[in-house]
Design a protein around this ligand. Sequence first.
Ligand code: DX5
Ligand code: ZN
Length: 221
Amino acid sequence: MPALSVPLIAPSILSADFARLGEEVRSVDEQGADWIHMDIMDGHFVPNMTFGPVVIQSLRPYSQKKFDLHLMIEPVDFFIEAFVKAGADQISFHIEAGPHAHRSLQIIKSFNVRAGIVLCPSTPAVALSEVLDLVDIILVMTVNPGFGGQKFIESQLPKISQLRQMADATGRDIRIGVDGGVSPETAPLALKAGADVLIAGTSVFGQNNYRNAMNSLRGTK
Ligand code: DX5
Ligand code: ZN
């Protein structure tokens, strides 16, 4: 199935005020976020750390929107159940995090949550060709994972187009998200290439008016 005609906006709470995380989640929810993107970092797969299931569970009452987890952890499988119990609606993990992406997808889907694969900038689209039948979401990193506020890597655009073709050929409804350096300037490039989910930290939480910031990304302001 083709890309959504109106992109989904997924603010990344990595750039929110961590001392007021609940209010920040409620705020982007009320101002039009489609998903709430949560970056889980373990200080091992990426050189940074964030938070885990306890924080996600404590945020759950602040929004009914989809909690979209981006796991930057290695290993993956052991932690999936805890993230599901904490309230995840969809769980994406890096295909680079181990040799058993197929098994990780099976485990995620066994809990009836949506499953996603994330690709680092150095990983080609074809890396997920043999597991595409289990994938609901593909996230293309347009920065190297680990930190907010980095510059959008334009060389990833052809990969987005390639993944859109691969996803459409399945006939299934697969979302393609772009994560890293997404701004009102770079978002149209990603959308043109075939993405239909815009993940944005700085371009939402770094702005004064979250509604305007999200509409700017959608191209409706
Ligand atoms: C980086 C994270 C991103 C990050 C994006 O590893 O996956 O979700 O929050 O931040 P910006 O939008 O500031 O590049
Ligand atoms: Zn992310």
